[in-house]
Write a protein that binds this ligand. Structure first.
Ligand SMILES: [Zn+2]
Length: 479
């Protein structure tokens, strides 16, 4: 068997790993690189392999950095099937359509920028004609429609055989709805090899989802390492902090608690915590609004997949059908008009909106409206990459630029960064070390080098005989 890593090597996006064995080629994930527009574009433009040579894709979960290039794969001639859990397939339908829309916007933006630069050099023709087709979107919504019927869904734990002699099954990863780690058995002339791919390995005691299942023994392991050198605070503390922020809003009796949140996962976890608060009898006297079409769609999908819930979420799901102390305070906006109307509503409101790093989406309008108000509080509940508005607020900027206008920051900014859906260092070690015995090789992907290198050291000390940190698509023969 031969492995090559086409993304998430020394970074946390672009997950895409190729297994080749006796003429069969299977991709594990097919994700987009995410980051600065121009750089991402360059890295996303090519696959590094011929999509027509891929026989099947096995998808760990729906996050765009794992699934976002699937429509491009189809567009460029991939003719096989994509295998995923049922919930991942449903999430992909909305996330990939949204991604197609972003690809189009990005291409238009880059075309405008190029045109402006050409005009400054005196090279563009006079007038307002844009060179429309200079940068093409990576894919279009019709490519997503072409892809979706080829997505095959599978239950957790059920083996499936996408190619003769190669069988796979999904196991609970506890990361987001539908997420899985992947177990594979690959039959070759000289015998059977087992492979385990962690995908994004989640956390114990996460709201809604079942805990990650312990990894199986395997000859070859591919593991994520996002937080290979960091320790998260426990979830219980975070729930207390969330409650305290809502109580501050209730006490003020006006203003906003703004929560910029990723549409999938974080939004639903926060809603779940609020629902739990109400169920425990301490429902605060404020309104809860989700103002993001994508988050609303994702919340509906979560609701449609109770087969992914843990026991507590299942019980809560059943009571939610009957009582409505939280639901009567919860509003999902749909139109832009409804979103704008929120600005004129004086009631104290918890407002959850995307994007999580405050770079796009409706949250920007709410920030522009509220960031200078001492009656507003901004809760930062997710990772904020460099050069984002979220990062500047997190670092205590006294002024920020939103839609080209400078705003004084008078709102309270509260960081709550422990909500991560990735296992931390100790959780990764607890998952990996027990399977060190059989492993002939372990590949660390999906982590910056300052996270995966210390983890690699620790894993070698803990009994792994071969730990690799792929830098690019070099070829590895295993086991
Ligand atoms: Zn993920």
């Amino acid at each position: 068997m031969e492995l090559r890593f086409y993304g998430a090597t020394g970074t946390t996006t672009g997950s895409c790993h190729l297994i080749r064995s006796e003429g069969r080629s299977v991709l594990l994930d097919c994700g987009l690189f995410q980051g600065r527009r121009e750089e991402s574009r360059k890295r996303n433009e090519r696959f590094g392999f011929d999509p027509q040579t891929i026989d099947a894709v096995v998808l760990s979960h729906a996050h765009i950095d794992h699934s976002g290039k699937l429509p491009m794969l189809t567009r460029q001639g991939f003719a096989g099937q994509v295998h995923a859990t049922r919930a991942s397939r449903d999430l992909c339908a909305v996330l990939l359509a949204d991604s197609a829309h972003i690809q189009l916007q990005d291409a238009e933006f880059m075309n405008r920028q190029r045109w402006r630069a050409a005009r400054e050099r005196g090279e563009a023709p006079p007038g307002r004609h844009l060179p429309r087709h200079e940068v093409q979107p990576l894919y279009l919504e019709e490519d997503v429609q072409e892809l979706m019927p080829r997505m095959r869904s599978h239950e957790y734990g059920a083996w499936f055989e996408p190619l003769p002699g190669m069988r796979f099954r999904f196991r609970d990863a506890g990361h987001i709805l539908g997420s899985a780690w992947v177990e594979a058995e690959i039959r070759e002339k000289h015998g059977l090899s087992r492979l385990v791919f962690t995908g994004d390995y989640g956390r114990f005691h996460q709201p809604i989802l079942r805990d990650p299942e312990p990894l199986s023994e395997a000859d070859v392991l591919i593991s994520e390492s996002t937080y290979g050198n960091r320790k998260h605070p426990p979830f219980q503390d975070l729930e207390g902090e969330l409650r305290a922020a809502v109580e501050r809003l209730e006490k003020r009796g006006r203003g906003r608690l703004l929560i910029p949140a990723f549409a999938v996962g974080r939004t639903q976890n926060i809603l779940y915590d609020f629902a739990r608060l109400c169920r425990a009898g301490s429902c605060p006297n404020v309104r809860f609004v989700v103002d993001s079409p994508l988050a609303t769609a994702a919340t509906r999908i979560v609701y449609e997949h109770p087969e992914c819930f843990d026991a507590e979420a299942l019980a809560q799901y059943r009571t939610l059908q009957e009582e409505n102390s939280f639901r009567s305070r919860l509003v999902f906006t749909h139109s832009v008009e409804e979103s704008k109307a929120l600005n004129d509503d004086p009631r104290p409101t918890v407002l959850i909106s995307a994007s999580g790093m405050m770079e796009s989406g409706r949250i920007l309008h709410h920030l522009a409206w509220n960031v200078s108000s001492p009656e507003a509080e901004i809760l930062i509940v997710g990772y904020q990459a460099e050069h984002t508005l979220g990062r500047r607020l997190l670092e205590g900027a006294s002024e920020v630029r939103i839609f080209g206008m400078m705003h004084r920051v008078r709102a309270r900014v509260t960081p709550m960064l422990g909500f991560s859906a990735h296992a931390d260092r100790d959780e990764l070690l607890a998952a990996l070390v027990p399977v060190a015995g059989r492993a002939r090789a372990l590949f660390l992907v999906h982590g910056e080098n300052d996270q995966r290198a210390p983890l690699a050291e620790e894993l070698r000390r803990s009994g792994f005989q071969r730990v690799e940190m792929p830098e690019g698509p070099e070829r590895y023969r295993v086991p």
